[in-house]
Design a binder for this molecule. Structure first.
Ligand code: SAM
Ligand code: DTB
Ligand code: SF4
Length: 329
């Protein structure tokens, strides 16, 4: 029998230790993940973030999964940066439906200083609504993270996405080192880090283990860890990729929970395709955050009513923001 009393909270997670977790019998893995989860979080609350694409399409980068790369013919219209008023009204609607964090994504290799000024305005005004703010803008240059922090930015999303050994099979226009460099700038500016990955790209289990090992050795570990399951977008190089086994996806969530016990692990893209039962297993495995709202950036997400019904069936509640006197705002 697997010795569950051998859980060592101070364990450091190299790839071999993570691979051993992946190899556990499914029930042992889920029990262990749920035990770790309960030691750090209320097991029945889920943090809710809503996404908005504030600048869609025409990205110079060649990420093989992405609908927004100018190099793939996905039929997506390239758009300009949205007006701040449009963004604020989307954030108000997200708040009214129960989201506590508003995440604004832009399809850039990285922001030019002029672009950044527009985003800063958005961050200020969304923050003023009493929501947590998050942006994902690509690679940052020196000084940009500090400007975002000064505007009231709480989180910056920048994923490692996959294992370093597999990265150049998915993206060739920037490197793993570039990603790590932006993550250190975000951390140094005092912004919380949202960093996770995407699975189902055709990577091996060993590569998934390596991704989690890389995320877990970020010091400090990321506050938020989005785990995306590939949404196959017609026209992208990965559109015909074979489906990842849903139980392997649940295992990935459980392993992320165990290796990053105090992080919010977010069940991210691909949730619509999972169905209720697999999502319930993901929550059991320690997922405690979702993207909430009918749309991700360019692709669909379960609609708000479906999520509310699922939460009611599972007895899950939205997680309040720490220190927020939300009822008063
Ligand atoms: N351009 C920025 C960047 O690359 O960091 C931010 C936006 S990008 C869309 C944010 C993340 O969304 C990616 O790192 C990837 O993990 C996820 N993502 C993008 N397209 C996806 C897809 N088709 N299926 C699942 N996840 C996807
Ligand atoms: C993350 O890890 N997933 C989100 C968010 N961070 C920006 C984006 C998911 C995008 C899914 C594909 C799309 O809608 O374009
Ligand atoms: Fe898409 Fe971001 Fe890659 Fe651009 S950098 S192609 S927006 S994932």
């Amino acid at each position: 029998m697997t010795d569950l009393s051998a859980i060592n909270p101070a364990q450091t997670w190299d790839q071999a230790a993570i691979e051993a977790l992946f190899e556990l019998p499914f029930n042992d893995l889920l029990f262990r993940a749920q035990t770790v989860h309960r030691a750090h979080f209320d097991a029945n609350t889920v943090q809710m973030s809503t996404l908005l694409s504030v600048k869609t399409g025409g990205c110079s980068e060649d990420c093989g999964y992405c609908s927004q790369s100018a190099r793939h013919d996905t039929g997506l219209e390239r758009e300009r940066l949205l007006d701040v008023a449009e963004v604020v009204s989307a954030a108000q609607a997200a708040k009214a439906s129960g989201a506590t964090r508003f995440c604004m994504g832009a399809a850039w290799r990285g922001p030019k200083d002029r672009d950044l000024d527009g985003v800063i305005d958005m961050v200020r005004q969304v923050k003023a609504l009493g929501m947590e703010t998050c942006v994902t803008l690509g690679m940052l240059q020196a000084g940009q993270a500090a400007k975002l922090k000064a505007a009231g930015l709480d989180y910056y999303n920048h994923n490692l996405d996959t294992a370093p050994e597999f990265y150049d099979q998915v993206v060739t226009t920037h490197t793993y080192e570039d990603r790590l460099d932006t993550l250190s700038q975000v951390r140094e500016a005092g912004i919380s880090v949202c960093c996770g990955g995407i699975v189902g790209l055709g990577e091996s289990r060993a590569m998934r283990a390596r991704l989690i090992a890389e995320l877990a050795r970020l010091d400090p570990q990321p506050e938020s860890v989005p785990i995306n399951k590939l949404v196959k977008v017609p026209g992208t190089p990965l559109a015909a990729e074979a489906d990842l086994d849903p139980l392997e996806f649940v295992r990935t969530i459980a392993v992320a929970r165990i290796a990053m016990p105090a992080s919010h692990v977010r069940l991210s893209a691909g949730r619509r395709e999972l169905g209720e039962a697999v999502q319930a297993l993901c929550f059991l495995a320690g997922a405690n955050s979702i993207f909430y709202g009918d749309k991700l950036l360019t692709t669909g997400n379960p609609d708000v009513e479906a999520d509310q019904a699922l939460f009611a069936k599972l007895g899950l509640r939205p997680e309040p923001v720490k220190g927020c006197r939300c009822a008063e705002t």
